[in-house]
Each structure stands twice: as C-alpha cells, then as structure tokens.
Ligand binder design. Structure first.
Ligand SMILES: [Zn+2]
Length: 121
C-alpha cells in the first residue's frame, strides 16, 4: 500500500526509506534563543490546524500496523468485514469502515434519527 506509506511520510515529515539518526543534532540551524519564539508561534498555529492531522496520523499508523500484522484483512471494514471499495481506499488509505458503517458512526447520537424520505410516507 504505497499510498499509505506516502501519507505517513507526509504526516510525520519523514521519508521511511531514509534514516538519518544524527540529523537533529548536527543539522541544526540557528540559535536556541531565536528558535524558541518561532517554535511557540508555530505550535500555536499548529495546535489548531494539526489537531485533525494528528488524528489522521494515528489512523495511518494503525492502518500500517494492521497492514503489517494482518495484510489479508487490510481493506476490510472493521465493523462488518465487508471489502472496502478500492476507490474509497485510494481516497482515504487509512479508512477503517465501509461507507455504510461509517455513515452509522457519523450519525448524530441522541438527536432525531435522520430517516429516508420513504420512511415518512
Ligand atoms: Zn462495514
């Protein structure tokens, strides 16, 4: 699942195939005094914007783990076990549920149940 790996690399800012253990210490640019306010600013921006990306990353990691441990079950809905259509997997490589189950999970809880038009007749 190349797409999943690419997404993971994009989210973590790392390329899986390239490992540079000493990079953080040696390749540092700029002093700590200058970096600090910038980091705080970036974190403030990121805290809002990246919240969603963190969730995505968790799901990507989970999907990758699943892919490693049980490749056969990858691409199957975790809820009903149905095969998830390839188009959906390509759009959302870390998708866990089929359209039906996702729809049920996304449905508001406690509120009025949204029914099909035919249910009202
Ligand atoms: Zn399902």
């Amino acid at each position: 699942m190349q797409k999943l790996l690419e997404l993971h690399a994009e989210l973590t800012g790392k390329t899986p195939a390239r490992i540079e253990p000493n990079r953080t210490d040696e390749g540092r640019v700029g002093g700590d005094e200058d970096e600090q306010p910038l980091n705080e600013m970036l974190q403030a921006i990121a805290s809002n914007r990246n919240r969603n990306s963190d969730v995505v990353l968790q799901r990507v990691l989970k999907a990758l783990g699943k892919l490693r441990q049980d490749p056969d079950s990858f691409g199957e809905c975790e809820e009903c076990g149905d095969e998830i259509p390839l188009g959906r997997l390509e759009a959302v490589p870390y998708v866990e549920f089929c359209v039906n189950c996702q729809g049920q999970k996304d449905a508001p809880k406690g509120g009025p149940t949204r029914k099909k038009l035919t249910d009202y007749t």
